[in-house]
Design a protein around this ligand. Structure first.
Ligand SMILES: [Zn+2]
Length: 409
């Protein structure tokens, strides 16, 4: 049995028109904007027209499926329908619509399975309000305080953004699925990195999702006249930052693994004038690894390095840990099913970690979860020129079909 690649392609193209921007060719479906909600209604309409059961939950997650999950645990698949601003047409959309294509294929082949099969298009995965709200709600890990205080970078509150679409933020708490309702969860997603594309591998069987910590660091020295302050009498905060940048390689060599990533991605110098010695450097450190212990060692090493650097340059060192998300393992059983399915279809497949976060990480808290990657051309994602070849899309959707058949029979 195979999915219908042409039908999947045309459905993906249709969805990519919702929120499409002519001038930069990006897709704009930021969580709970008009375009995002239009995509959710479009999905429900499509499912209804084709005779599937469907509904939206209190968090804005949309569902379509076959069978009753109140009686027998369901095999759930899906991904997110929202995008980053100026995103591409595959991130998230692929997992939702490939899942829907699996439903269509099961229906037209009149396949009878023991377990219900459902597809979810999750809400607010891209973090406009600072989380992965849809899948967190499904996993039952959101709380009232966060819901009431969550806001975007422009100061728009989640509760107001939802109210605009007649959604009550309180209903998010009712969206949780008890673990007993689930047999397994699969997500098909583009890799969003260069590994599969460069190595010419068709399928990635994801072993787990990196943990990530984020710090905001302050190095405080003294702002001075860039002409009159002698080099040996300065407390130059930028020099401290530059020294730390050089330490990153050593920290990874001593305390990290080949899966470690440390990034200084945002820097601000104060007062920020060409003729003034920078008195303050404020910057972010984002560290990732597949092991929580390694992450702890990396954080310790960063702290020690920054303390030593601060002493050397006569600076004060402070940091705030903004977030610490533990790594999440995928189910080994499901990862083996992905590998087996790829082998049966003669597709090359490697096991790999995911450096980016995905809905799967929250589903793995309530059920066995598997994550399938297909190649991203040149590793590009979160940009209008994000692309995956149609033959890879087709291969990924067929692997998703095989995995669902395996888990639902
Ligand atoms: Zn995504």
């Amino acid at each position: 049995m195979n999915i219908n690649a042409e039908r999947l392609k045309s459905t993906l193209r249709e969805l990519s028109q919702i929120g499409y921007n002519e001038s930069d060719h990006g897709v704009y479906r930021w969580g709970f904007t008009d375009a995002d909600m239009e995509a959710r209604r479009w999905f429900l309409n499509l499912a209804e027209q084709e005779g599937f059961k469907c509904h939206m939950d209190g968090a804005g997650n949309v569902f379509a499926g076959i069978g009753d999950y109140h009686e027998t645990p369901a095999v759930l698949t899906g991904s997110h329908l929202d995008t980053v601003p100026a995103g591409g047409m595959f991130d998230g959309a692929l997992g939702v619509l490939a899942g829907f294509e699996v439903l269509r294929t099961l229906k037209e082949n009149d396949v009878k399975l023991k377990h219900p099969v459902w597809v979810v298009g999750t809400a607010e995965e891209e973090g406009r309000f600072g989380g992965m709200m849809g899948s967190q709600a499904l996993a039952g890990v959101v709380n009232m305080d966060w819901l009431m205080s969550a806001h975007d970078a422009d100061g728009v509150y989640l509760k107001d953004a939802m109210a605009k679409h007649n959604l009550d933020v309180m209903d998010v708490l009712d969206a949780a699925w008890p673990p007993s309702r689930l047999k397994a969860f699969y997500e098909l997603h583009i890799e969003q990195g260069p590994v599969l594309f460069n190595e010419e591998v068709s399928i990635g069987a994801v072993e787990g999702i990196s943990g990530v910590f984020k710090w905001i660091v302050h190095l405080k020295g003294k702002a001075d006249h860039a002409g009159t302050a002698p080099m040996n009498m300065r407390s130059d905060a930028f020099m401290g930052l530059a020294d730390f940048a050089h330490e990153i390689e050593r920290i990874i060599a001593e305390d990290g693994t080949d899966k470690t990533r440390i990034t200084v991605g945002k820097v601000e110098l104060k007062p920020g004038s060409p003729h003034t010695v920078p008195g303050e450097a404020i910057f972010t450190i984002v560290g990732r690894d597949m092991s929580n212990e390694v992450m702890t060692d990396l954080a310790d090493a960063c702290r020690k390095a920054l303390s030593a650097i601060a002493r050397k340059h006569r600076l004060m060192f402070e940091y705030e840990q903004v977030s610490w998300l533990k790594p999440q393992s995928c189910s080994d059983k499901l990862t083996q099913i992905i590998e087996k399915s790829a082998k049966a279809r003669n597709l090359s497949c490697i096991r790999m970690p995911s450096g980016a976060g995905h809905d799967t990480q929250f589903f793995s808290e309530i059920t066995q979860a598997g994550l399938i990657f297909i190649p991203s051309v040149n590793g590009v994602s979160h940009a209008p020129d994000e692309w995956s070849h149609w033959h890879d899309v087709e291969a990924g959707a067929n692997i998703l079909l095989d995995c669902i058949l395996n888990s639902a029979e």
